[in-house]
Design a binder for this molecule. Structure first.
Ligand code: UT7
Length: 320
């Protein structure tokens, strides 16, 4: 048995923040942001937190799949901006949607979170332990963004995407995942600084920090590398891959990956211009659009690939 995507749902906040809006609060401009990243606007949440966005996306995914909340065996939320240390966002979603029979937990794999969640589910399906899963990528990174740092604040957006996975004959063909903790400091958010009565220190709120060029170099190497590994392992030729659904971090990263893979840009759909980098939500947001636009037919082969803080990376090759 393998994992098949049975339905997708998304939720993005209503507030649209354009590049011109950001130029009013930091020293930046529309031309720089568009040409360096491909981003034109992003959504920023003022009401819903990570769990609320996740629950709304989850309900839509269940509806699309025709699956009831009670049928869910396992519910995984990938996020790097949870509302609380605990309870987990996944447990909050479980309560909100009534997935009473599910085991629910969060995973922290940053922008690779959706891919990691899918691969964890695949393991359970292959072992015959569970049959129906709900995976969600949800972020409100706006709350850990330093809105005076133009190097990061123009990049990210809030949003959530969810998918119902069912154990089936066809679906995931192969997958890979990896991490390198030595590169942790290049993209970090130290929002839980230690504080106790012995050290006399107090907990401090920290913001996201990033060495953009280092992350860029990492991504343009790892994304094509992970795709190549999967193609080689499965023996599936590139001609059979209809689309590469990559984490939407920067248009230039996606272009560089296409070039290294020697594949045409029309195989790389994008939604970054409208949502910015929504971290673990970016892949399901894009997949949802592809479904809405009728771009995917049963039997199509696609590769999904994500990378992010940790550093983490992963890719999945599946048949739709
Ligand atoms: O999900 C993973 C999360 N992160 C990423 O994927 C980030 C990967 N990295 C990137 O996308 C790019 O490195 C950035 C978009 C972050 C930056 O693009 P870059 O082409 O690497 O620019 P840079 O950092 O080399 O900066 C070039 C110049 C600098 O000015 P000087 O030193 O040349 O005078 C920056 O200070 O651009 C300046 N700059 C800006 N200017 C206007 C940096 N941010 C901005 C800005 N507006 N927002």
């Amino acid at each position: 048995m393998t994992a098949r995507i049975a339905g997708i749902g998304i939720c993005v906040p209503e507030n649209i923040i354009t590049n011109d809006d950001l130029a009013k609060i930091v020293d930046t401009n529309d031309e720089w942001i568009r040409s360096r990243t491909g981003i034109c606007e992003r959504r920023i949440s003022t009401e819903d937190g990570t769990s609320a966005l996740a629950a709304k996306a989850a309900k839509k995914a269940l509806e699309a799949a025709g699956v009831s909340p009670e049928e869910i065996d396992i519910l995984i939320l990938g996020t790097s901006s949870p509302d609380y240390n605990y309870p987990s966002g996944a447990c909050e979603v479980q309560a909100a949607i009534g997935a009473v029979n599910a085991v629910a937990f969060d995973i922290s794999a940053a922008c690779a979170g959706f891919i990691f969640a899918m691969e964890i589910v695949q393991g359970f399906f292959q072992a015959g332990i569970y049959k129906t899963a709900l995976i969600i990528g949800s972020e409100t990174l706006s709350k850990v963004t330093d809105w005076s740092d133009r190097g990061t604040c123009v990049l990210f957006g809030d949003g959530a995407g969810a998918a119902v996975l069912k154990a089936d004959e066809k679906g995931i063909i192969d997958m890979m995942m990896g991490s390198d903790g030595t590169k942790g400091p290049v993209l970090a958010c130290q929002s839980r600084t230690l504080g106790n009565f012995l050290t006399g220190t107090k907990p401090e709120i920290g913001f996201m920090t990033m060495d953009g060029q280092e992350v860029f170099r990492f991504a343009v190497k790892k994304v094509p590398e992970s795709v190549e590994i999967l193609l080689k392992k499965t023996g599936i030729p590139k001609e059979e891959i209809k689309y590469y659904v990559l984490h939407q971090a920067n248009e230039r990263i996606i272009e560089a990956a296409a070039k290294r893979l020697k594949e045409p840009m029309d195989k790389f759909p994008m939604s970054i211009s409208r949502y910015g980098n929504t971290s673990t939500a970016s892949i399901p947001l894009l997949l949802n659009e592809m479904v809405e636009h009728g771009m995917l037919e049963p039997g199509d082969k696609i590769v999904m690939s994500g990378f992010g803080a940790g550093m983490t990376w992963g890719a999945v090759l599946l048949e739709w």
